[in-house]
Write a protein that binds this ligand. Structure first.
Ligand SMILES: Cc1cc2nc3c(=O)[nH]c(=O)nc-3n(C[C@H](O)[C@H](O)[C@H](O)COP(=O)(O)O)c2cc1C
Length: 214
């Protein structure tokens, strides 16, 4: 696998993301509610003539960030050589991003948390501790939409799921153009029966595609 810092920095995608949307699903449950939501969001986008890709984190072997801080110098993760290096080009090369996670204990799943933490390599930090930082993904008109699904009926029981995706993506330089919170769905794929929610998911994807076309 060609994953050293230089090969990624020399890739034109690094600086010029394409008008493409990558959707990231973070449920461990295949054909579950998150999978259905992501499928509908991507279909809504695709109807607006944009290339889309469906990525399920459970299909990749990758570790959580180990905090080695090597990326501060290397500008990409060089502390771990794992499946995340198959995902970096997809993120770098797509102007649009969709994150979908079920709620696990009031938060995103461990897969989504690990994925987001591994995007730490796109930050530049000043030499002085606790001071300035910026993201190398900012200023590229990157846009994203988010969706979360949980079992309980109250938004409170969804906890931080949407915030845990929104705040890091905004820090990385994405404009969040829409969010969908789906409550009260438990059984695998049960959300398929909720036509109103599926329509909202599709609209979310369409809006993301339209916002990139401008
Ligand atoms: C480990 C675990 C933790 C969960 N924690 C919550 C929770 O805090 N709040 C909630 O409403 N539902 C919780 N759920 C239920 C899921 O969010 C719900 O079943 C959802 O529809 C699963 O989506 P999926 O099919 O995409 O995996 C939890 C489920 C699991 C397996």
């Amino acid at each position: 696998m060609k994953t050293n810092a230089k090969s990624i920095q020399n890739d034109n995608n690094y600086y010029f993301p394409k008008k493409k949307i990558t959707g990231i699903g973070a449920s461990p449950r295949k054909n579950g509610n998150s999978d259905v939501l992501l499928k509908y969001i991507l279909e809504g986008a695709k109807r607006n003539n944009i290339a889309v890709e469906n990525v399920q984190l459970r299909d990749y072997q990758f570790q959580p960030c180990i905090g080695c801080e090597r990326c501060r110098k290397d500008k990409i993760c060089t502390g771990l050589n794992d499946g995340m290096h198959l995902l970096y080009p997809k993120i770098l090369g797509s102007q649009g991003l969709i994150l979908v996670s079920p709620t696990h204990n009031y938060n995103v799943t461990a897969w989504m948390k690990a994925f987001i933490d591994r995007l730490y390599c796109f930050y530049d930090f000043d030499d002085n501790r606790s001071s300035g930082w910026s993201s190398r993904l900012s200023g590229q008109a990157r846009k994203a939409v988010l969706a979360a699904v949980c079992e309980q009926q109250s938004k409170k029981d969804m906890g931080f799921t949407l915030e845990a995706m929104r705040l890091p993506l905004e820090a990385l330089g994405y404009e969040i153009i829409g969010e969908l919170a789906v409550l009260a769905v438990f059984n695998r794929g049960k959300v398929k029966e909720k036509k109103e929610i599926l329509a909202k998911a599709s609209t979310l994807g369409a809006n993301l595609a339209k916002s990139l076309a401008r």
